[in-house]
Design a binder for this molecule. Sequence first.
Ligand SMILES: [Zn+2]
Ligand SMILES: [Zn+2]
Length: 183
Amino acid sequence: MEIWKRYSEKEVSHSMAHYLQTVALLKAEKGHARVGDIAEHLGVSKSGVTSMLRSLEKRGFVRHERYGCVELTNEGSGFASRTESSRRVLSMFLTEILGVPEDVATEDACMIEHLVSPEVSVELLRLTTFMRSKHPAAALFRDAYRTSPRSCKEHEPGACDLCGATCLRDSLITPIGRALQRA
Ligand SMILES: [Zn+2]
Ligand SMILES: [Zn+2]
């Protein structure tokens, strides 16, 4: 099956990911997660929480217990903590290695935290840890990278085989690129 089709089949929505993280957080902070607390934490209505919990229950991520308490299943708590760690790793990679401004990094990390595979997260963590280390090769890389070309224009025309017809970098300063960035 094509990747995008397979992907939409197992898709866990962004809000599902945040509900699961919220349940995990409330459990850790208060010892329990009630519908009312989840609603307050996420700034949504209690009926919204109830209907989302029904979908999460159907997918085997939570158990809705008596007295309005919500418990994560093993799968649910695994997903919540994986998403949480992925966000932290992505955020550190984007700010400290790529040098992206913090607000952009925070937003991007939040948007892809639940989509990135564990394999990619683990390797990003490994790379980030190495690059921030005192290893002499890491220091050399940081220096060389800082001054490396930022646009295809800085090397020969057509030499960039990763970019499409328009250099990725240049596409960001077209009106469409700007609109996308602001959206
Ligand atoms: Zn998010
Ligand atoms: Zn390019």
